[in-house]
Design a protein. Structure first.
Lengths: 176, 251
């Protein structure tokens, strides 16, 4: 712990909006094409008594990327001359893919991962019957003639689909 | 009161931890690649939830124990999970039916727990519920597919349901800790959730062409109080081996 007076000396007055811009350089370790700000997991950036406090909300409870993300944020700020921030984990309100930025969704698509549809899954519902699901467009060829192959994919946040038009398999970032 | 709350949160942690451990035992052995990934992903969600509950339990206890101490350095009689969750994986019908019976309870329980007057409990419940909703959709769907499947898959699902049925009663039995938590506005009364559980079960079993066993048949109990089936010791022996053999090992 560094005394707050010390903190003021160590930390040049950098605006929180500048810190937000730097955070946009921190990639998701498992999907490096999007940043932590694109993902919508950064809930707040504040200065508290000379210390930078960053509030993060986890995507999935067991997501192993969260520890790496906290570490990367610390390194990035350090590279800009700010001492590592203290990270606060906030569970509520629970993270939703609706918090992902439009730019982030476009980057996902360009990377070959179909971005999450908004509000597709009404989580208050436990109906097992398949509701009318919106068509998931293939990120390779754009066809909506696609099919769910596996409800779980390469990471906790993805499902596996295949395109019946171009026959390519692809990941779908699940709405959450 | 604070000791009751500690023990109460430990139960939630132990449910998630023990089922996660069982599901992890399928890793690399699933009947299809998609199923292998699904079970391990569900296990990952549950271990994440277990960590949140253990970390909060450790904080409530305030004796310097960590989440790892609680998971790896307690013996069977100090675990408070439902007997259902420690049952062996059996065949895939057994694993799937165990999952469905628990997911249905878990979903309704977390829905009610979101209203807890304890903010941390409410927040963990809210977070977990999103994941558990996905688990329940998947297990409900598969129970229908395999129940209303081939003669063999239907018979295996029916047998699994009958074998596991005696472990379901415990999920709705209120004990003194449940009553104290309910009185304090911290948690729902388990018996109050039975109707919603019954309704979802009846709906799914009907679509799955499976027969529900007698609701008044004799039920096993004791998991929440630390009295376990013989399977628990073997499960812990494997789960805790590293920390028991090499105390404090880290990587």
């Amino acid at each position: 712990m560094v005394a707050s007076a010390m903190g003021h000396v160590l930390n040049p007055p950098v605006s929180t909006s500048q810190i937000w811009q730097w955070l946009a350089e921190v990639s998701d370790p498992e999907i490096p094409v999007i940043s932590v700000t694109d993902l919508g997991i950064i809930r707040a950036v504040e200065w508290q008594e000379g210390e930078c406090v960053i509030t993060i909300t986890p995507t999935y409870s067991g997501c192993p990327a969260m520890d790496v993300i906290a570490e990367e944020i610390g390194k990035t700020l350090q590279a800009h001359g700010i001492k590592p921030p203290s990270i606060v984990y906030q569970l509520s309100p629970a993270w939703s893919t609706d918090w992902m930025t439009e730019a982030g969704k476009q980057k996902l698509s360009g990377y070959g991962i179909a971005p999450p549809q908004q509000q597709v899954v009404d989580i208050s519902s436990i109906q097992r019957y398949r509701e009318v699901q919106p068509a998931i467009a293939c990120p390779q060829c754009g066809s909506v003639d696609t099919q769910l192959v596996s409800q779980f994919g390469s990471t906790a946040c993805k499902a596996l689909y295949k395109c019946k038009a171009c026959l390519e398999p692809f990941d779908y970032f699940k709405p959450h | 009161m604070s000791e009751d709350k500690f023990n109460y949160v430990l139960r939630l942690a132990d449910h998630a931890m023990i089922l996660s451990e069982r599901l992890s035992q399928w890793c690399g052995k699933g009947p299809a690649l998609e199923e292998d990934m699904a079970l391990t992903n569900v296990a990952l969600d549950l271990i994440g939830q277990a960590r949140l509950w253990y970390a909060y339990a450790a904080e409530l206890e305030g004796k310097g124990r960590t989440e790892d101490d609680l998971a790896f350095l307690r013996d069977a009689h100090d675990f408070h999970n439902f007997l259902l969750l420690e049952q062996p994986n059996g065949n895939y019908a057994d694993t799937l039916m165990r999952q469905f019976l628990f997911d249905t309870w878990h979903y309704h329980y977390l829905q009610a727990l979101k209203q807890s007057t304890d903010q941390q409990i409410a927040a963990i419940a809210e977070k977990s519920l999103k994941e558990v909703t996905y688990h329940l959709r998947r297990s409900s769907d598969l129970v229908v597919r395999l129940g209303d499947g081939t003669d063999l898959s239907q018979q295996m699902m029916q047998t699994a349901l009958e074998e596991l049925w005696r472990f379901t009663g415990e999920m709705f039995m209120d004990d003194e800790i449940d009553t104290a938590m309910h009185a304090a506005g911290i948690a729902p009364l388990p018996s109050d959730l039975k109707a919603a559980w019954d309704a979802h079960l009846a709906d799914v079993m009907h679509a799955a062409t499976l027969r529900l066993p007698d609701a008044n048949s004799w039920m096993q109990k004791g998991g929440k109080q630390g009295v376990h089936t013989e399977h628990m010791g073997y499960l812990l022996a494997e789960m805790q081996f590293l920390q028991r053999a090499y105390p404090g090992a880290q990587w």
